[in-house]
Design a binder for this molecule. Structure first.
Ligand code: GCW
Length: 670
C-alpha cells in the first residue's frame, strides 16, 4: 500500500508544482501534527509518483496561488475557491477533493482528520491511475461508513499476541515509556492511510495491569503518537480490576466504592491521555469476570463503566460474545441474553457483535443480533487475523467474507435491510462502528507474509466505505503494493479473490463449522474429543451420525432460526430454500439427501473438498509464473506459504472425507 509509491505517468505531472497548506490561524497540538503529516505524505508521495520535487509552502491566503494542491479546512477557503454545492455539513472525517480556479486542486474537510484522510485518498487514486483524466473537473466527496473504524489488538503485557501469527506484539511495553519504537509512527501511518481511526491496544482477555499508573504512562506515549494520525486509543479492561489490583474487596457493579473506583480511575486516565477513546470489555465470557459473577445483569455491568466514561466523552464498547456451558445451542446464546436488553444501555455504550453467531469460522451466517436492537449502538466485529482460516500460513483474502455479511439482507425493516444499511452512519446511526481483530505483529512484513497485509488494508477500506467492492479493494492494494505490471497484478488479484471460497471448500464446505483442532484451531480434527467443555468439541457442531450430518437449528431442532426476521427464518428453516452455503449450519441433513446437481451429501462434500484443494493448487501455480518477475525473497516467502496451504488443503480433504464417510457407511448398512 502507500509506502511504496511508484513513479507513474500522471496527468498532473506537468501542472502541479507545489503543496500549499492554508493556515490563516495558528495550528497547534494534534491538529498541527495531522496537518504536517498530510503535507509530508503528499509532498513525498506525489514527488515519487510524478518524479519531481515539490515545494511545500504554508500560506495565510490563497490569492494568486496556482498549480498547487491546497490543504485547508473548509471554513478557511475563500468564496472564489469554493466548490459547487455545499460541504459545510460534512462529517468530521469526511473530505472533498476538487479542482478550482488557478489550476489548483483543493483537499478539504471540516477538521484536520478529514484532510489527512483526503490526502491519503488522493495519493491512492493517483497511484492507482484512477485520476488519469479530467483533473480540472475533479470533485470527489467521501464520508466514512462507520464513525469508529477500529483495530482490536489481542496483545498481552508480556509481548505475546493471542491468535497472533505475525510475531510478537508491536507494543514494546518493557521499553515504554522511555524508548519509543519508530514502528508506532509507521503503524499510525498505515492505519490512517486506509481510514482506521481507533484501536484497542491490548487483549480483551485483559490483564488488569493496564490500569495501573505505571502502564497508563506507557499507553499515554503510544496514544500521543497515534493521535497525530487521527487515531484514538482504547484499552480493554478487566471487569474485576478494582479487585485484581488489590484496591477493593469486590468488583460488584452496584457497590458504591466500586463505582467511585472506576470514576477515579477514568479521571486519572483522561488526565494522562487527553484523547482517550474509552474501554472495550469482554465480560462473563470464557473465564473473564463480569456482572453475572456478582448476580448482576449485563446492563448493570455496562452502566458503571459508561457512567465513569461519560463526563469525558468516552465510549464503552461491550462485547456480546457471551455463551455458557452446556448450551443446547451456543449459537443462540448471545441473542437470548442481549436482545431483551435493548433500550437499557446508556447512550455511550456500544454493543460489539461478531459477524457470525459462533466464532469467526470460515463462513457463518450473519449474527442474528446484528441490526436487531433498534435502541442500542451496535458495532460489527470481524477477525482480520485468521484464527480459523489457516492463520499465518494460508493466503485468504477476507474482503469477500466481510462483504457477504455487510450485504446480507436481514429483512428486519423490509427489503434492503442489509447489515451495512442497519449499522452504518447511512442508516442514521449517530455512533457506528466496525472493529477488526488485528493481524499485526512485529514481523517485518507486519502480518506474517507479504500477502497478508491485504486483509488489514481491506478491513480499513471497508470500514471507511462499505460499498467498495472486493475486487476494487484487491486491485488498489495490489497496485499500491506490488506496482503496475499487468501480469503481476492479474496473478495477485486472482489469488486473492479466489482464496476465501477455496478455503471454505477445503475446510468447512456447506456450512460445516468448528471442526478445527482443539485449542490452537489449526488443521482438521472432526473426531477430537479433547477439551473440558462440550461446546468446544467439533462433535458438538458437526453432529455426524448414521442418519446424516449438520446441526439442526430448525424449529424442530434448537430453534435458532427464529432469531432472524420471519421471512429469513423461514428460508433457513426449510432444507429446500436454505442457501447451500449454510445447509449444515441449520440442518441435520440425511446422507440420502440429493443436491440439485444429483449428488448425494457425501458426494457433494467430496466434490467441494476436492475443488478447494484444486483451487489451492491453482493459486500456487499462478504464483510460480511470477518467479522471474518478483524480488526473490518476496517470491520465496509467498511460495513457502502456498506450499503449506496446498499440503494443508490435502490434509483437510483426507481427514474430513475419511471421517464423515465412515458415518455415511454406517447409515447405509443400517
Ligand atoms: O474464539 C475465541 C478465541 C479466543 C478469543 C475469543 C474472543 C480473545 O479462540 O482466543 O479470546 O474468541 O473473541 O474473546
Amino acid at each position: 500500500w502507500r509506502p511504496a509509491p511508484e513513479k507513474m505517468k500522471v496527468c498532473c505531472a506537468q501542472t502541479v508544482n507545489r503543496i500549499l497548506s492554508l493556515e490563516p490561524v495558528e495550528l497547534s497540538g494534534t491538529g498541527r501534527a495531522m496537518r504536517n503529516n498530510a503535507v509530508t505524505e503528499l509532498t513525498e508521495g506525489m514527488g515519487i509518483i510524478m518524479g519531481k520535487e515539490l515545494d511545500t509552502v504554508s500560506v495565510r491566503s490563497l490569492s494568486g496561488q496556482q498549480d498547487a494542491v491546497v490543504l485547508s479546512v473548509f471554513s478557511d477557503i475563500p468564496a472564489e475557491y469554493l466548490p459547487q454545492g455545499d460541504s459545510q455539513d460534512m462529517v468530521a472525517e469526511g473530505f472533498r477533493i476538487y479542482s478550482c480556479i488557478g489550476n489548483n486542486i483543493v483537499i478539504t474537510s471540516a477538521h484536520e482528520e478529514g484532510i489527512l484522510h483526503g490526502a491519503f485518498a488522493f495519493l491512492r487514486k493517483l497511484q492507482c491511475g484512477d485520476l488519469a483524466a479530467n483533473l480540472d473537473m475533479l470533485d470527489i466527496l467521501e464520508e466514512p461508513s462507520f464513525s469508529y473504524r477500529m483495530l482490536d489488538h489481542w496483545d498481552n503485557p508480556d509481548g505475546k499476541v493471542e491468535r497472533g501469527y505475525a510475531g510478537n506484539s508491536i507494543w514494546r511495553w518493557k521499553e515504554l515509556p522511555s524508548i519509543v519504537s519508530p514502528r508506532y509512527h509507521d503503524y499510525g501511518r498505515l492505519c490512517a492511510s486506509v481510514g482506521i481511526n481507533a484501536c484497542a491496544l491490548n487483549n480483551v482477555n485483559a490483564d488488569a495491569c493496564f490500569l495501573t499508573r505505571e502502564w497508563l504512562e506507557k499507553v499515554a506515549v503510544v496514544s500521543g503518537i497515534l493521535s497525530e494520525w487521527g487515531i484514538r486509543v482504547f484499552l480493554s479492561v478487566n471487569f474485576a480490576a478494582p479487585l485484581r489490583l488489590g484496591d477493593l474487596e469486590t468488583a460488584d457493579p452496584l457497590d458504591s466504592e466500586v463505582r467511585a473506583w472506576w470514576r477515579g480511575k477514568v479521571d486519572e486516565i483522561y488526565q494522562l491521555i487527553p484523547g482517550f477513546g474509552g474501554f472495550l470489555v469482554k465480560a462473563d465470557s470464557e473465564g473473564q469476570a463480569g456482572p453475572l459473577g456478582y448476580g448482576r445483569s449485563q446492563e448493570e455491568g455496562t452502566n458503571i463503566l459508561a457512567d465513569a466514561l461519560a463526563p469525558h466523552g468516552g465510549l464503552l464498547i461491550w462485547r456480546a460474545f457471551v455463551y455458557g456451558y452446556q448450551e443446547k445451542d451456543r449459537a443462540a446464546k448471545a441473542y437470548d441474553i442481549f436482545k431483551s436488553l435493548d433500550g437499557l444501555f446508556r447512550s455511550n455504550v456500544a454493543l460489539q457483535v461478531k459477524n457470525g453467531p459462533i466464532d469467526f469460522q470460515p463462513r457463518e451466517p450473519v449474527h442474528p443480533l446484528l441490526g436487531s436492537m433498534d435502541k442500542t449502538h451496535t458495532f460489527l466485529e470481524v477477525q482480520v487475523t485468521q484464527e480459523y482460516l489457516g492463520q499465518g500460513n494460508h493466503i485468504v483474502f477476507l474482503a469477500p467474507m466481510w462483504k457477504e455479511i455487510l450485504e446480507f439482507d436481514t429483512l428486519l425493516k423490509g427489503k434492503g435491510s442489509t447489515i451495512a444499511e442497519l449499522l452504518s452512519t447511512k442508516g442514521g446511526n449517530s455512533v457506528s462502528g466496525m472493529a477488526g481483530v488485528a493481524n499485526v505483529g512485529d514481523d517485518y512484513s507486519w502480518c506474517g507474509s507479504p500477502l497478508h497485509p491485504a486483509n488489514w488494508y481491506a478491513f480499513g477500506r471497508l470500514a471507511w466505505d462499505c460499498t467498495a467492492s472486493s475486487s476494487d479493494i484487491a486491485r488498489e492494494w495490489t497496485l499500491c503494493t506490488w506496482g503496475h505490471d499487468p501480469e503481476i497484478v492479474e496473478v495477485i488479484m486472482r489469488i486473492l479473490l479466489h482464496s476465501w471460497e477455496a478455503c471454505i471448500d477445503y475446510m468447512t464446505p456447506l456450512g460445516l463449522h468448528h471442526i478445527m483442532r482443539y485449542e490452537h484451531h489449526y488443521g482438521p480434527d472432526p473426531a477430537c474429543d479433547e477439551g473440558e467443555r462440550e461446546d468446544w468439541k467439533p462433535k458438538y457442531y458437526h453432529r455426524a451420525d448414521a442418519v446424516g450430518l449438520g446441526f439442526d437449528r430448525t424449529r424442530i431442532g434448537s430453534g435458532a432460526v427464529d432469531q432472524y426476521a420471519p421471512p429469513v427464518a423461514d428460508m433457513f428453516n426449510d432444507i429446500v430454500t436454505c442457501p447451500q452455503e449454510y445447509l449444515l449450519w441449520f440442518h441435520h441433513v440425511p446422507w440420502s439427501h440429493t443436491f440439485p446437481d444429483g449428488r448425494t451429501l457425501m458426494a457433494e462434500l467430496a466434490f467441494r473438498y476436492h475443488r478447494g484443494v484444486e483451487s489451492a493448487e491453482e493459486a500456487r501455480q499462478s504464483w510460480e509464473t511470477l518467479e522471474n518477475k518478483l524480488p526473490q525473497e518476496k517470491y520465496r516467502e509467498v511460495k513457502e506459504k502456498l506450499d503449506i496451504q496446498v499440503k494443508d488443503a490435502h490434509e483437510w480433504e483426507d481427514v474430513c472425507i475419511t471421517y464423515f464417510s465412515r458415518f455415511e457407511r454406517i447409515g447405509k448398512k443400517a
